[in-house]
Design a protein around this ligand. Structure first.
Ligand SMILES: NC(=O)c1ccc[n+]([C@@H]2O[C@H](COP(=O)([O-])OP(=O)(O)OC[C@H]3O[C@@H](n4cnc5c(N)ncnc54)[C@H](O)[C@@H]3O)[C@@H](O)[C@H]2O)c1
Length: 355
């Protein structure tokens, strides 16, 4: 199923119907040209429940059965992180258009294989960075494109929770299934949004540190996720991480992610950009600048979005030729390289250069 062979309707399979898989299913329903025809889910019970809730006619436990079918055009993947690269590569090799959950992979080398395979197959491949699609992000991008900020030279971006570990003992908190902790889980969103707003993804150097101060003590538990919890599993991922990222242009980004930390707010997912003419923060979108008389803080009313604010609707719009892909897999690969460099820097105690 190649991009140059456009169709009027697209038949979709969703792989993994846990917490975010349900969002995939609900989102595809919003597009009249999309029809979810099958689910692959290793938990027969979760698969059946999702199929009933969203009116999907077929459920299988082995996703490869769906990849072998010619009547499925699109595969939307929402499985634990360690399976992302494998399932996505299998789907791309089968010639399917692929929407993949973040993080793209658990190693940049695997992410690079996905970019190459999508190109080879000529299919649409996107990592579903939903915070890029968020109306605030799109408004901020429009403000930046207007030139209001002047030259953006530095940014701070974070997703910080007080007690939001996605259930201690779930796959999220085990390195072999998640690859990493809060850095891969929520740091990826804060970083992707920031780099998208700065219009630059390639970094040259990363200095990072990771901590695990709550999870190993059984503290900081949150409620996300549907799959099983193993009470005996060791918490061996990060619950807070920080990084200084130097971009190719010389601009800098400070990233902070925490699933659990003693902080002033329960849950803040925010980005600040520093420009020569003004600063911008979101959410909400605010502009800060010096005026003749002092200083002004302006809250910006929402501007028309650049693309549909639902990532799945946008994905189908791209297949129909009505929109241009909003998330380039090469950008997602660059994000993956930075995230991996944070872990490498934390492990080695050194700044990591990215070539
Ligand atoms: N974009 C976002 O905002 C967002 C939010 C949450 C999670 N995610 C990502 O989505 C993915 C899933 O997270 P979740 O919160 O839904 O987790 P979850 O544990 O709730 O669901 C994962 C589901 O995948 C199923 N699964 C595991 N192996 C499978 C296989 N081989 N084939 C089919 N199904 C399989 C599990 O049974 C489970 O139902 C993760 O990679 C996570 O990082 C993204």
């Amino acid at each position: 199923m190649k991009l140059n062979r456009r169709k009027k309707n697209y038949r979709v399979a969703v792989i993994g119907t846990g917490a975010i898989g349900a969002d995939h299913l609900a989102s595809f329903k919003l597009h009249p040209a999309a029809q979810v025809v099958a689910i692959a889910e290793v938990s027969a019970e979760r698969g059946r429940e999702a199929a009933e809730r969203f009116g999907v006619p077929e459920v299988v436990t082995d996703y490869r059965r769906l990849l072998a079918r010619d009547d499925i055009d699109v595969v939307s993947i929402a499985v634990p992180n360690y399976l992302h690269a494998k399932v996505a590569l299998d789907a791309l090799r089968a010639g399917k258009h692929v929407m993949l959950e973040k993080p793209m992979a658990t190693r940049a080398a695997d992410a690079a294989k996905l970019v190459a395979e999508a190109k080879k197959q000529g299919v649409l491949f996107m990592v579903g960075q939903n915070f890029r699609f968020n109306p605030d992000t799109q408004t901020a991008r429009r403000v930046i494109e207007r030139g209001d900020l002047g030259e953006i030279y530095h940014a701070k971006t974070s997703w910080s929770r007080r007690a939001g570990i996605p259930r201690i003992g779930s796959w999220f908190t085990q390195k072999r299934f998640a690859g990493g902790g809060c850095t891969y889980d929520i740091g990826v969103h804060a970083l992707d949004r920031c780099l998208y707003l700065m219009g630059e993804f390639d970094a040259v150097a990363v200095s990072g540190q990771t901590f695990a101060k709550f999870g190993p003590r059984g503290l900081g538990n949150g409620g996300w996720g549907k799959s099983e919890v193993n009470p005996d599993a060791r918490f061996d991922v990060d619950d807070l991480s920080v990084a200084l990222i130097k971009l190719k242009s010389g601009r800098t980004v400070l990233l902070e992610a925490s699933w659990a930390a003693h902080g002033p707010n329960a849950d803040v997912n925010a980005t600040q950009l520093f420009g020569t003419e003004a600063g911008l923060s979101l959410p909400p979108v605010q502009i800060f600048k010096q005026t003749k008389g002092g200083y002004s803080v302006e809250t910006v009313d929402p501007l028309p979005p650049l693309v549909n604010t639902n990532r799945m609707v946008h994905f189908i719009d791209c297949l129909l030729g009505k929109a241009k892909p909003f998330v380039d897999p090469k950008e997602s690969l660059a994000v993956q390289r930075i995230l991996d460099a944070i872990y490498l820097s934390a492990a080695s105690g050194r700044e990591v250069r990215i070539s």
